[in-house]
Ligand binder design. Structure first.
Ligand code: 5GP
Ligand code: MN
Length: 335
C-alpha cells in the first residue's frame, strides 16, 4: 500500500488527464467520493472528469460539480471517450467491472493507470493500485485517508469535506452502523475543515416529498411480509406500484431499513420489479451475511450487512428464491 502511494505520488507529480468512475445507481458514497476526489485532484493541477454509468438522485445536487457528471446512460460516447482518453482512471466504491455495466469493457481495454479505492467485499484484481479496505465505513473515509497519505490533508477544505462527509453519513445511516474509530477520526477532521454536519444531515434526510411518505405507507401497510419463524421480512413493489406512486430514481432509498426496526427481524429484503429486471436489496443485523445470500442467489454482492443483486425473471421467482434461501442462512426460532 505504501509502495502504491509512493508510486502514485511520483506519477501524479505532473498534470494528468484523470477520469473518476463509481458504480451504477450512484449513492451518496459513490458521488461524494468521486466529487470530493475530483476537487482534490483539480487542486493538484490535474484535468479531471467524473463518469457514472447511470443518473444520480437529485438530493445530492448540492455537491460541487454534480451537474458536470458524464452519465453513460444519457451519453454513451462522452462517457466512453472520457475513459478512453484518460491517462489515469480511479474506480471508486465498486469492486468488480460488472458494477459499471458496459463501461467495464472500456476500463478493461484501457491502458491507463488504474486505481481502485473501495470498501466492498471480494475486490477483483483489475487495477494497478488497489486501496481496498472492507472494514471501512465508506469509500469517502478511504478517500480522505488517501489524500492524507498523499501528504495533502491541508488541501481538504469545506467543499471537499462536504463531499466526503456525505458518504460517511449515507453509508453509516448517520453513524448508526458500519463505523470504526477511524470513521469518527475522519468525521472530526472534516468537521474541523468546516463541514456543517447538521446542515448536511438535514439536506440528506429531510428531503422527502409527500409522495415518498405515501409510498412508505403503502409499503408498510400493503407490501410487507414477515417470515416469523426465521426472523426475516421483505417488502416488494410491482411495476404497477411504480406507475401508481410515480416512483423515480432514489424514491425507494432506505425503505428496507424499516424492516430492521422490528426487534426480531435479522434479515430484510426489498424486492422491486424494474422495467426489465427484478432487483433485490438486502440488509442484516450482526453476524448474518447478506453478501452470501446476494452472491449465491442474485448475481450480486456488497457488504456483510448490506448487499444487493438482480436477475431477469418474475417478481414471484425472486420472492420465492429469497424465501428458500432464508432457512439456509438463519436458525429456526421458537415462535
Ligand atoms: P442497495 O441495496 O442500497 O442498492 O445496495 C447495498 C449494497 O449492495 C451496496 O454496497 C451496493 O454496492 C451493493 N449492491 C447493490 N446491488 C448490487 C448488485 O447488483 N451487484 C453487486 N455486486 N452489488 C450490489
Ligand atoms: Mn460505499
Amino acid at each position: 500500500m505504501m509502495e502504491d502511494i509512493t508510486e502514485l505520488k511520483s506519477y501524479l507529480s505532473v498534470p494528468r488527464d484523470i477520469t473518476l468512475i463509481a458504480h451504477r445507481n450512484p449513492d451518496g458514497d459513490a458521488l461524494g467520493s468521486a466529487l470530493g476526489l475530483r476537487l482534490y485532484l483539480e487542486r493538484k493541477g490535474h484535468f479531471v472528469k467524473v463518469v457514472m454509468p447511470s443518473e444520480s438522485p437529485n438530493i445530492f445536487s448540492y455537491l460541487p460539480h454534480f451537474y458536470d457528471v458524464v452519465v453513460f446512460d444519457l451519453s454513451h460516447d462522452n462517457a466512453r471517450a472520457a475513459l478512453k482518453e484518460a491517462d489515469c482512471i480511479f474506480c471508486l466504491d465498486f469492486n468488480g467491472l460488472d458494477r459499471v455495466d458496459k463501461l467495464g469493457a472500456t476500463i478493461q481495454e484501457s491502458e491507463a493507470v488504474k486505481v481502485l479505492i473501495d470498501h466492498h467485499l471480494d475486490p477483483e484484481p483489475f487495477v494497478d493500485h488497489m486501496f481496498s479496505d472492507t472494514e471501512a465505513s465508506s469509500t469517502c473515509e478511504l478517500v480522505y485517508n488517501f489524500i492524507e497519505d498523499m501528504g495533502d490533508a491541508g488541501l481538504v477544505d469545506e467543499k471537499i469535506g462536504n463531499c466526503l462527509f456525505t458518504g460517511l453519513i449515507t453509508d453509516t445511516g448517520s453513524f448508526k452502523y458500519n463505523t470504526r474509530p477511524n470513521t469518527y477520526t475522519v468525521a472530526a477532521k472534516l468537521k474541523i475543515a468546516g463541514v456543517d454536519d447538521y446542515l448536511l444531515n438535514d439536506t440528506i434526510s429531510n428531503s422527502l416529498k409527500p409522495k415518498n411518505l405515501r409510498l412508505l405507507g403503502h409499503c408498510l401497510a400493503n407490501r410487507m411480509e414477515i417470515i416469523e419463524e426465521y426472523g426475516a421480512a421483505y417488502i416488494y413493489l410491482t411495476k404497477k406500484d411504480y406507475a401508481e406512486f410515480d416512483i423515480q430514481r432514489g424514491d425507494t432509498e432506505g425503505i428496507v431499513n424499516y424492516l430492521l426496526m422490528m426487534k426480531s427481524i435479522k434479515v430484510a429484503a426489498f424486492i422491486t420489479q424494474q422495467p426489465s429486471i427484478v432487483k433485490i436489496s438486502l440488509r442484516s443485523k450482526g453476524d448474518i451475511s447478506v453478501q452470501k445470500i446476494a452472491s449465491e442467489n442474485f448475481n450480486g454482492g456488497g457488504h456483510k450487512n448490506a448487499s444487493g443483486g438482480a436477475q431477469y425473471g418474475s417478481l414471484t421467482d425472486v420472492i420465492n428464491k429469497f424465501k428458500k434461501a432464508i432457512p439456509e442462512h438463519l436458525p429456526k426460532l421458537e415462535v
